[in-house]
Each structure stands twice: as structure tokens, then as C-alpha cells.
Design a protein around this ligand. Structure first.
Ligand code: F6R
Ligand code: MG
Ligand code: MG
Length: 363
């Protein structure tokens, strides 16, 4: 069995919360290269989306493996130390605990992992977003695995006609539920339409073939205060009895609205970009997503291909920019600014607290 582990953290960036510098990426590359030599992992690819450092790793130790998680944690700690030396912005930001305790869950970094038996050929996509939250993946993951208007194979490929199972996490209650499409599609949508509360965590084909994994880590739930959005990642397997890569990418052609953007407090379009454009600028955005394609071959990563570095996504980007411009004109007003309930874990309550005693009873 092969496991793909994508573990990410914001541990410091340049020009504010904008870009992870090469200085940190090269430390991460060096650490992971040494780990390959020691046999801890089989292969890796280091990249970044905006201010988030991304460790994409393969191994055969299974999900939630202590050694692999420790490697990621120690790598982030080393990078954070250098970030502090360089006085980078937000140095060590997502490393919320002092000591490692078995795995990085609940410690700040985001994690998506998928263990599977390699097929004759195993193409995967790794998606990584900045300035948004795990619920941003609900819509595209639903489209990929359950929407016949997106994924033609659901209708015409006998191998996926049987549908998919979605594991959904209730972030508030810390509970899981699994629903099967197409039979329970409406129930699934009833949950995952609430993107701030319910997030898709795993997807399997009807016969339990692992298909996708999404990070569901919530920084505020760990720190009990606003730290920044949770900038999610996802792993999606493609082809030969799963949605085709083109069907997977089709789900990102509508720049759907997500929560995050400036101060984690605004709604904005999720814009698919090339790795070289993965830096959030205007109003700290708009929220961006990159997608890298690999072949997982005997535990090694062959690739990547930078999926969104393509003209076919120009129209999506253009639409995202127009939407961004329109939304910005709302300034501090909803629905550009998030709903009051979603502002609970931002810096707004600190302001409202001051006004509390100024209110007098109305008749
Ligand atoms: C969003 C994000 C940024 C910051 C904003 C203010 O996730 O990280 O939008 O919230 O740039 O940053 P501070 O409070 O560090 O000045
Ligand atoms: Mg950040
Ligand atoms: Mg970020």
C-alpha cells in the first residue's frame, strides 16, 4: 500500500502574509531529502501556495503515521526558526503547540492523507488553497464525485455509475457521518451547503476504493482565537474507474464564493492559478488555489504538472477578477463581509466588546 501525505503550515512569509520565500522551501527540501535517504518517506515535492508551505510526501507507513508526522513537524520547526532569524512575517504562526505528541492533528498544520493500493497507473491531483477554509472544497469535491453535469463518467462509465461515499465532518460537534450518492445526494447537500460547519473529509467509490481526502483542520478550534484561515489541501485520484483528470479540473472552472480573504472575514471567489501566481495580493486575495498532477509510481511521485497554468482557465480567472471587483464595492457590508456567526472567530468581537456598555434599553 502507498500513502500520499500532504501536510502544510503557514510558518512565515515575505511582504506580509504573501509568499513563502525560497529560503524556507530549500530547508524543507533538504530535510525531506534526508528523510528519503533514511527511509522515512519514499519521495516528496515541496511547494507553496501564498504564505503556506506545502509538504507533499509518499511512503508506505499508512495514514496518521507518527514518524511521517514528526518529520513534517520537525521540518516546520526548522523552517520557523529560520523565519524568525529572517524576521519573516508570521514566523511560526501555525505551530500552535510546543511539543510533538504522536501526530500533527490538533497542533496547527493542515493534513490530508490517502492510503491506497497502486493501480496499474495511478494519476493524482493535489489541490492547495490560500486565504480560505476547508469548506471551500465542498462544492468542487461534490461536483467531481456526484454531479453528472460536471462528471460525464457518472452517467456513461459503468465503473463509476455506482456512485461514491462521502465522509462529512461536523466541525462544531467534532462528529463524522458517511453518505452515499446518488441515493443520499439531497441529504449530503443539506449538510455540505453549510460550508463553515460541515466539510467533506474523505471520498470512496461505492466499493470502498479510496478516491479523495481533504484537510479539515480548524486553527481557531485549537487556539480558541483567530489565527488566520485554515487554508485547506486535498488529494484526488483520477481515471480508470474514477473521474477523469479533466472532470476533476472541470469542477474548478466556476470561481465559486468561499469564506476567507482579508482577515479571514470576507467572501470572495476562489481563483485557480499557476504556482507562480500563487500569491494573494489585492485585499489579501482573491483566495487562490493551485493544482499539481503526479503519477504515483511504486511509491514515487512522477511530476508535477501545473494544471492551472493553462489558458483554459483564463476565462475562470477573468470571471473571478470581475467578481472580486464587484464584491469589493460592498466594503464592510455583508454578504461581502461574512455573516455575524462566522465573525465569531475573527478579530471583530474584540471591537464589539468595547461598545457593549454603550447600549441602552430600547422601549
Ligand atoms: C487571512 C490573512 C490576512 C490577515 C491580514 C491582517 O487569512 O492571514 O488577511 O488576516 O493581512 O494581518 P495582521 O493581523 O497580521 O496584520
Ligand atoms: Mg497566513
Ligand atoms: Mg495562508
Amino acid at each position: 500500500m502507498t500513502t500520499v501525505s500532504v501536510i502544510k503550515a503557514d510558518i512565515g512569509s515575505v511582504g506580509g502574509h504573501v509568499v513563502v520565500p525560497e529560503e524556507l522551501m530549500s530547508i524543507a527540501k533538504k530535510e525531506l531529502k534526508a528523510a528519503v535517504e533514511k527511509g522515512i518517506i519514499l519521495d516528496f515535492h515541496v511547494t507553496h501556495v501564498g504564505d503556506d508551505l506545502q509538504l507533499i510526501m509518499t511512503h508506505n507507513k499508512g495514514e496518521m503515521n507518527e514518524e511521517v508526522h514528526r518529520l513534517a513537524w520537525d521540518t516546520f520547526m526548522k523552517c520557523a526558526q529560520e523565519a524568525r532569524n529572517l524576521k519573516l512575517y508570521g514566523a511560526g504562526q501555525d505551530l500552535l503547540k510546543d511539543t510533538f505528541s504522536g501526530n500533527v492533528k490538533g497542533m496547527g498544520p493542515g493534513v490530508a492523507e490517502l492510503e491506497f493500493e497502486e493501480r496499474k497507473s495511478d494519476p493524482i491531483a493535489v489541490f492547495m488553497a490560500d486565504k480560505t477554509e476547508p469548506g471551500a472544497f465542498n462544492l468542487p469535491i461534490f461536483k467531481i464525485f456526484a454531479d453528472p453535469f460536471n462528471t460525464a463518467g457518472l452517467v456513461i462509465d459503468p465503473k463509476i455509475h455506482g456512485g461514491f461515499k462521502f465522509q462529512v465532518m461536523d466541525i462544531k460537534e467534532n462528529k463524522l457521518v458517511t453518505l452515499k450518492t446518488p441515493e443520499e445526494m439531497y441529504d449530503l447537500l443539506a449538510l455540505i451547503g453549510s460550508t463553515g460547519r460541515y466539510t467533506i473529509k474523505k471520498v470512496w467509490r461505492y466499493d470502498d476504493l479510496p478516491a479523495a481526502a481533504v484537510s479539515t483542520d480548524k486553527l481557531y478550534a485549537i487556539a480558541n482565537k483567530y489565527i488566520g484561515k485554515d487554508d485547506p489541501v486535498a488529494i484526488v485520484r483520477a481515471h480508470s474507474g474514477l473521474p477523469a483528470m479533466g472532470e476533476i479540473l472541470e469542477a474548478f472552472t466556476m470561481p465559486h464564493l468561499v469564506a476567507g480573504w482579508m482577515r479571514g472575514s470576507h467572501t470572495g471567489p476562489l481563483m485557480p492559478v499557476a504556482v507562480e501566481d500563487a500569491k494573494c495580493t489585492r485585499f489579501d486575495g482573491p483566495p487562490r488555489i493551485i493544482g499539481l498532477g503526479f503519477q504515483v509510481s511504486n511509491g514515487k511521485l512522477f511530476g508535477p504538472v501545473d494544471f492551472f497554468a493553462d489558458k483554459a482557465f483564463d476565462i475562470t480567472r477573468q470571471r473571478a477578477l470581475e467578481m472580486m471587483d464587484y464584491l469589493r464595492r460592498h466594503g464592510p457590508f455583508m454578504p461581502h463581509r461574512l455573516h455575524e456567526d462566522d465573525m465569531e472567530y475573527t478579530t471583530l468581537p474584540g471591537v464589539l466588546e468595547k461598545l457593549k456598555d454603550r447600549f441602552t434599553k430600547a422601549d
